[in-house]
Design a protein around this ligand. Structure first.
Ligand code: DP6
Length: 333
């Protein structure tokens, strides 16, 4: 059986940064995200006979299949291994995957990639897991943010209570609840120097890590309320504060991690200035140099125009809240 799934990336409003157990991506704290639409990964999985070797291809923007780079292939193979053990199968899998956006540049390619892989493997086996179970299967990749990308709209991934590892992500509100945009200023397309996993590993070495943890309950409550009441004036300041603190922690970890580039600051400055002129748009960044600008969908064109004018911005992607993974009729092989 063959299945093709298109799974979206997501942008965290409250970040997952710091893990209780990195090998199985168990977070120390809850995170809240918005599932996207445009930034997505398409993955075709064919279930092979029992004991067959896995194969992984990467399809480039022009549609040409390439052998997957070693590090990427190793992460995919490890995820397939864990999925096999979790589901209870010994089948091999042929996998082909394609991104709609620059991979590994803080644009959550792992989140969409592993959400697509977990969903496509499940459906290639003829399995129809619940959203809850899919979230657990996506998390087995080691990419915690993937556990949020299997669901649409506004999603919360709780910290696991006690020793229970399986606290899956759950939808707070569907995409139809609030039509928000994420206008992404791409200032860097190269792979980042330090992977998120190393950021999580070093996070607790920052003197600011515990301070942020203490602030999180209030911050999470504010974000939940802002989404519920569709209040960008309430959401915006909190999500910007969260993003800056993630980078503050990264920059003060030992050894420190600097994700920002000069153009990151130029974009932040442009957004701040535009806000003073009355534009309601707020910035957030994941573990990378690119800036995600959150605004009402009706303001997205104005925001995109503003970002395109900032020196150092290579590309602007107009994305928006979306519904989560869907199956696609056209297979990649
Ligand atoms: C900064 O461990 O999920 O994006 O495996 O690279 O996707 P990848 O990272 P992961 O950490 C995500 C960190 C973050 C914040 C977030 O998305 O919550």
């Amino acid at each position: 059986m063959k299945s093709t799934i298109v799974a979206p990336a997501n942008i965290a409003f409250v970040k997952y940064w710091g893990a209780r157990d990195l090998s199985s991506a168990l977070p120390l704290d809850p995170s809240i995200s918005m599932t996207l639409s445009v930034c997505a990964t398409t993955t075709t999985v064919e279930a092979l006979p029992e004991g067959a070797a896995d194969s992984i291809e990467l399809i480039d923007a022009g549609g040409t299949a390439r052998v997957a780079p070693e590090r990427f292939a190793a992460r995919v193979l490890a995820h397939l291994e864990r999925l096999r053990a979790h589901i209870g199968t010994s089948r091999g899998f042929r996998v082909a995957t394609r991104n709609s956006f620059p991979a590994a540049a803080g644009l959550a390619s792992s989140a969409s990639g592993f959400a697509a892989l977990a969903t496509a493997v499940s459906s290639a086996l003829g399995d129809k897991p619940s959203g809850r179970e899919l979230s657990i299967r996506a998390r087995l990749s080691g990419s915690g943010s993937a556990s949020r990308s299997v669901l649409g709209g506004y999603v919360e991934w709780p910290a696991p209570p006690g020793d229970d590892p399986d606290a899956p992500a759950a939808a707070l509100f569907p995409a139809s609840h609030w039509d928000l945009a994420d206008v992404i200023a791409v200032v860097e397309t190269a792979e980042k120097d330090v992977a998120s996993i190393d950021g999580h590993r070093r996070a607790a070495t920052s003197p600011h890590f515990e301070t942020r943890r203490n602030l999180l309950p209030t911050r999470l409550a504010a974000v939940r309320l802002a989404i519920e009441e569709r209040r960008l004036d309430l959401l915006g300041p909190v999500l910007e504060e969260e993003a800056v603190e993630l980078h503050l922690i990264a920059m003060s970890s030992r050894p420190p991690i600097f994700y920002w580039r000069p153009a990151t600051l130029a974009v932040l400055e442009a957004i701040r200035r535009a806000r003073q002129q009355g534009l309601s748009a707020w910035a957030t960044m994941d573990a990378g140099a690119n800036v995600h600008t959150i605004c009402e969908r009706s303001a997205a064109k104005d925001v995109a125009q503003l970002l395109r004018a900032v020196a150092g911005v290579e590309e602007v992607i107009e994305d928006h809240v979306g519904n989560g993974p869907v199956s696609a009729p056209a297979h990649l092989f």
